[in-house]
Ligand binder design. Structure first.
Ligand SMILES: NC(=O)c1ccc[n+]([C@@H]2O[C@H](COP(=O)([O-])OP(=O)(O)OC[C@H]3O[C@@H](n4cnc5c(N)ncnc54)[C@H](OP(=O)(O)O)[C@@H]3O)[C@@H](O)[C@H]2O)c1
Length: 213
């Protein structure tokens, strides 16, 4: 799968679009108003379209939209354009409410996840949660003196995860497969944890690492 369509036009969408391009993929990026990406397209050489244009063209999709709008963005992308495709889900279920003592508020509860909702709404798409637990600036080939950081990922489809594993290797991550889509209940809150030093100390340059003995 070489044609990667990014659904989402902000920092995560633009960063991952450039990352996939850097690693040799054919990339397009989507927005409800593609014209606003004219400057990004002219600088990056990555063309823009609507969510539906990009999803229809792509062989694999990255979802990088505002969490509260994720279901709506995929509705606009079109279920028929997602069937059978890998959907790398970088979103987090962040509520429209301020953090409490640096802890982001979620609109999901502890025994559910946004990705499971999205998977249930699009049963023939092959969702893999990834890139959700680090800041956009460190998603592509991050450099840390302590070595490679860990990307936690999960999903129900082994073939979809194999595609994402190859991407994570290229993008410079240690991989930690947490199992089925239900593990998104544990992976999505890692974004809350990752953001705490940011909100409390304005420190955003870290990543998570899992050590094995
Ligand atoms: N920022 C980070 O460092 C970071 C790191 C890890 C994970 N994440 C997660 O990645 C996702 C993207 O984050 P971000 O900071 O790049 O951008 P964002 O501001 O959370 O989302 C921007 C995107 O959401 C779309 N959107 C907003 N409202 C919409 C609606 N009502 N219907 C359809 N689409 C809508 C926008 O569409 P238009 O293009 O049409 O404006 C845009 O593409 C979020 O879920 C976030 O939690 C972010």
């Amino acid at each position: 799968m070489q044609k990667v369509g990014i659904i989402g036009s902000a920092s995560v969408g633009q960063t991952l679009a450039e990352g996939f391009k850097k690693h040799g993929y054919d990339v397009r990026i989507g927005s409800r108003t593609p014209a606003k990406l004219a400057e990004f397209s002219s600088k990056s050489g990555i063309s823009a379209g609507t969510f539906a244009d990009v999803a229809a063209w792509a062989e694999a999709v990255v979802l990088a939209v505002h969490g509260v709008a994720a279901e709506e963005a995929l509705r606009q992308a079109g279920d028929q354009n997602l069937r059978g495709k890998v959907v790398i889900d970088a979103t987090n279920p962040i509520a429209d409410a301020p953090p409490i003592d640096g802890v982001l508020q979620f609109f999901t509860g502890p025994n559910e996840s946004l990705m499971e909702r999205l998977q249930a709404a699009h049963p023939e798409a092959r969702f893999v949660k990834a890139f959700s637990c680090v800041g956009a600036a460190r998603m592509v080939n991050p450099q840390f003196s302590g070595g490679k950081p860990t990307m936690f990922y999960c999903g129900n489809d082994a073939g979809a995860k194999a595609f994402v594993e190859d991407v994570l290797d290229k993008f410079g991550w240690e991989r930690a497969d947490m199992g089925s889509a239900a593990a998104a209940r544990a992976i999505e809150p890692l974004a809350q944890l990752w953001c705490i030093p940011g909100f409390r100390q304005n420190s955003w340059t870290h990543a998570l690492s899992l050590l094995w003995s």
